[in-house]
Design a protein around this ligand. Structure first.
Ligand code: AMP
Ligand code: ZN
Length: 115
């Protein structure tokens, strides 16, 4: 999608510190990290938010959670210690970039509830 920063990163038009990539998903370090490890897992397809998932996105959603998240957890060595996934959705959810992304945060003790 034109003028979408995460589409541009997925297309290689804007640089990012990539930690994972396959045909449908890219993951890169957040520019403004909120934990020692803070990675954004982003579908290459432009989907605005989880509220905009279509039935055809089921495989992609499963791929993110069943394949990519466990791989990142293992690669970062946090599968035992734990980590936090966050998906800010819409205005009240605190979403600032309108292209679906899963925050993967690790290597510090998280607090609850989030702000
Ligand atoms: P959210 O507020 O959930 O929409 O998260 C958007 C995240 O994208 C924020 O944590 C930003 O720091 C991050 N971000 C924005 N632009 C970039 C970029 N060019 N490269 C990496 N992270 C970015
Ligand atoms: Zn996009």
């Amino acid at each position: 999608m034109a003028d979408c920063i995460f589409c541009k990163i997925a297309a290689g038009e804007i640089p990012a510190q990539k930690v994972y990539e396959d045909d449908t998903v890219i993951a890169f370090k957040d520019l403004s990290p909120k934990a020692p490890i803070h990675v954004l897992i982003v579908p290459k397809k432009h989907i605005q938010s989880v509220a905009h998932f279509q039935a055809e996105d089921k495989e992609l959603a499963a791929h993110i959670f069943v394949d990519v998240v466990p791989k990142l957890a293992a690669d970062f060595g946090v599968d035992e210690a734990g980590f936090r996934l966050t998906i800010n959705t819409g205005k009240d959810g605190g979403q600032t970039v309108p292209h679906l992304h899963v925050h993967f945060l690790a290597k510090r003790k998280m607090t609850w509830p989030p702000g």
